[in-house]
Design a protein around this ligand. Structure first.
Ligand code: ZN
Ligand code: ZN
Length: 317
């Protein structure tokens, strides 16, 4: 597996042992208690899986078995959970809304996007601001959004960045638990997700095969659950597919990225019949960078007849 430079820097024997432990720990100890139990589909993520997952989230959690609680307490003493950002110990309580893989110090430095925010991408404006809703931030300059509004949960740095990196480059799913917890603390993002069809930004099939999953699909599922599951009307549908593999866009300038992305997406097979002009759509991505990817996705939905299109990202950076 090819790792990106930052991922390589974090790879070492201790790190590897930690990752293996963090990956298997939920399966060994917490399954059915409070960890996300997600089956990885190695083929393209089926659109039909999403409503079922959303319905699943409305079930009450099973109470933890005493034996598992004891086993977890023992292993926490022997192999205590480490912070994904600083490798420090995570001293956690049993509260459902506690972060499990981020220490208290790193958690305190996670920055949520609080109002006033850029209406296009959700990046917070700092300092005194008048008529913020009419302004766009430096990240959105030159972007002609096809969507009506964008919101983001946190800024892409520190522990939030580390969670996304683990999910994307280390083939582990445990960060999803904390990502869902953080999304629950972002009311502006939950607000637009409710009653909406959440459309994950697709990966190219080759990349999805290589990674084994599309992390954005899982983040969209986390968002649907955080928003209240099926009761809230939020459901995930893979309406789009990626037809061009736009690898390594990070080295290109903004204009070239946008040009490359223009024709990178298309409707998923059979999705044209599902696009409803009266339905609310929220395109979901892990991170907002330039907005080009999300805008290209929005353009495809708009052409297919969708009228109410917004975007939501877990992080912004
Ligand atoms: Zn930490
Ligand atoms: Zn912006």
């Amino acid at each position: 597996m090819l790792l990106e430079p930052e991922a390589v820097a974090k790879t070492g024997n201790n790190r590897r042992a930690f990752l293996i432990w963090q990956t298997w720990r939920p399966a060994l100890l917490n399954r059915g208690v409070d960890e996300p139990v997600i089956e990885i589909n190695t083929s393209a993520t089926p659109a039909s899986a999403a409503p079922a997952a959303a319905a699943e989230s409305s079930k009450p959690p099973r109470p933890p078995h005493l034996l598992w609680r004891v086993a977890r307490a023992v292993t926490d003493i022997m192999l205590p959970p480490q912070c994904v950002n600083c490798d420090g110990l995570v001293e956690r309580g049993d509260a459902a809304d506690a972060l499990r893989y981020v220490c208290a110090s790193c958690e305190a430095r996670i920055e949520f996007a609080r109002e006033p925010c850029c209406p296009t991408c959700g990046f917070p404006f700092y300092g005194e601001m008048e008529e913020a809703e009419t302004r766009v931030c430096e990240h959105c300059e030159g972007l002609s959004p096809v969507f009506s509004e964008g919101r983001t949960a946190v800024l892409f740095k520190g522990a939030a960045r580390a969670l996304v990196h683990e999910l994307k480059y280390h083939n582990v799913l445990y960060p999803l638990r904390d990502i869902e917890t953080l999304l629950k603390r972002a009311p502006r993002v939950l607000e637009i997700a409710r009653g909406a069809t959440l459309v994950p930004v697709p990966l190219h099939p080759r990349k999805e095969r290589h990674r084994g999953y599309n992390q954005t699909f899982f983040i969209a599922e986390c968002l649907a659950k955080a928003a209240g599951g099926a009761k809230s009307g939020a459901r995930v549908e893979m309406l789009l597919r990626r037809v061009a593999d736009t690898v390594s866009q990070t080295t290109l300038d903004r204009a070239t990225r946008r040009a490359n992305l223009r024709r990178a997406f298309a409707l998923a097979r059979g999705a044209d019949a599902k696009v409803n002009p009266d339905q609310k759509y929220v395109i979901v991505d892990d991170v907002f960078t330039t907005g080009s990817t999300l805008n290209s996705c929005a353009r495809v939905l708009r052409r297919a007849g969708a009228k109410d299109i917004k975007i939501a990202t877990f992080a912004h950076g």
